[in-house]
Design a protein around this ligand. Structure first.
Ligand code: ZN
Length: 113
């Protein structure tokens, strides 16, 4: 069962919803999505999903398939994950149990703030 994530491009405020196909929701999912923690904590991955949420590109579209994105921690926020049953889990915010770890990380790496 796949679930969806709502990604906001902070420069414009635009929010897109992307379906993570073949991804089951489990205990590690919030960790995986969380800033400073999992694969989707980094803007390079978040930007890819934001672009792909705009619609499928042609198979041979080099922009869509070979998009190069930069790492960072401020350009994209994941607002929530929406599960197949309609429930939502906050990702970049205090309700995420990993949020406190992220804030603690920022105190040690102020350049990432
Ligand atoms: Zn990265």
């Amino acid at each position: 069962m796949s679930y969806k994530i709502a990604i906001r491009k902070n420069a414009t405020g635009e929010i897109r919803v992307y379906e993570l196909e073949r991804c089951d929701w489990d205990d590690a999912s919030l960790f995986w999505l969380s800033r400073g923690q999992g694969n989707f904590g980094c803007d390079c991955n978040r930007e890819l999903e934001f672009v792909r949420a705009g619609g499928p590109g042609p198979e041979d579209d080099p922009y869509w398939n070979e998009l190069e994105t930069e790492c960072g921690h401020e350009r994209f926020d994941i607002l929530y994950a929406e599960l197949p049953d309609g429930s939502r889990h906050e990702v970049d915010g205090p309700e995420n149990p990993y949020w406190a770890e992220w804030l603690e990380y920022l105190t040690r790496h102020p350049e990432q703030a």
